[in-house]
Design a protein around this ligand. Structure first.
Ligand code: ADP
Ligand code: MG
Length: 250
């Protein structure tokens, strides 16, 4: 079964100037464990879509199901519960606490989830390991590169063992080398750890690493592509036909 199913989903904002359909009929199926890039020009509805997927908002009309549950009918409390159980968020700004080490930043996110201090520390160490930052655990954010800081933020987003990570322009503040580290980390979460990862991005080098690219324009999906598959390996050679006996030399 798919993890998310959007059918004719619309999100209309009422503004002073009238109604604006930020999402205008989205049909999208997302399977568990996928790694998807959401692209599109500014104002095309990317952040609005992410907010729906993150149960921060509901469609105005149409259907959005998560794991078979219709979200448009859930109360605020039920949406909050779903977010805290199943969703992790990563943003463009890392929002780490500057006076806490990497490990302490992650540990802080486990406070509501794990009672025992030692268990929290072990959990934080494990989460940093999952994003490849074990060796940086004792560093303050100011001693980490931008890419490392964002990976700490990803570890923090994993604190509740979410099934989904939603990232809105996670590499927007990074140069292309450190952006690459962050995308690789997200990709491994999806490929090796089964987390569903959905990344909004403007960066081609980020989107091209996703397993699937969804493009929005004016609140609609205008393309939904799996990457070009690698060329097929050559077909196994058929056993060689027996050679013709050579003509005897004159
Ligand atoms: P993107 O993330 O692709 O830039 P958004 O989802 O933020 O696009 O916005 C889509 C459209 O909806 C834009 O025209 C934006 O101005 C409008 N919009 C977004 N949020 C609101 C809001 N809270 N109230 C009114 N209009 C909004
Ligand atoms: Mg946006």
């Amino acid at each position: 079964m798919s993890l998310y199913q959007l059918t004719e989903a619309r999100r209309v904002y009422r503004t002073g100037a009238g109604e604006l359909a930020a999402l205008n009929g989205i049909d999208l199926t997302i399977g568990a464990g996928e790694f998807i890039a959401v692209e599109g020009p500014s104002g095309s509805g990317k952040s609005t879509l992410l907010q729906l997927l993150g149960a921060l908002d509901r469609p105005t009309s149409g259907s959005l199901t998560f794991d078979g549950r219709e979200l448009s009918g859930l109360s605020d409390l039920e949406l909050t519960r779903l977010r805290s159980n199943d969703i992790g968020f990563v943003f463009q700004s890392f929002n780490l606490i500057p006076t806490l080490t990497a490990a302490e930043n992650v540990e802080a996110a486990t406070v509501p989830l794990v009672r025992d201090r030692a268990a929290r520390q072990a959990r934080a160490a494990d989460l940093l390991d999952r994003v490849g930052l074990k060796s940086r655990a004792d560093h303050l954010p100011s001693r980490l590169s931008g890419g490392e800081q964002q990976r700490v933020a990803i570890a923090r987003a994993l604190a509740n063992e979410p099934r989904v990570i939603l990232a809105d322009e996670p590499t927007g503040n990074l140069d292309s080398t450190t952006a690459d580290e962050v995308v690789t980390t997200l990709r491994l979460l999806s490929e090796e750890q089964g987390v569903t990862v959905i990344v909004v991005t403007h960066a081609e080098e980020v989107a091209s690493k996703a397993a699937r690219r969804v493009r929005l324009r004016d609140g609609r999906v205008v393309s939904d592509e799996l990457p070009v598959p690698p060329p097929k390996p050559p077909a196994p050679r058929s056993p060689r036909a027996p050679r013709k006996p050579r003509a005897p030399r004159p």
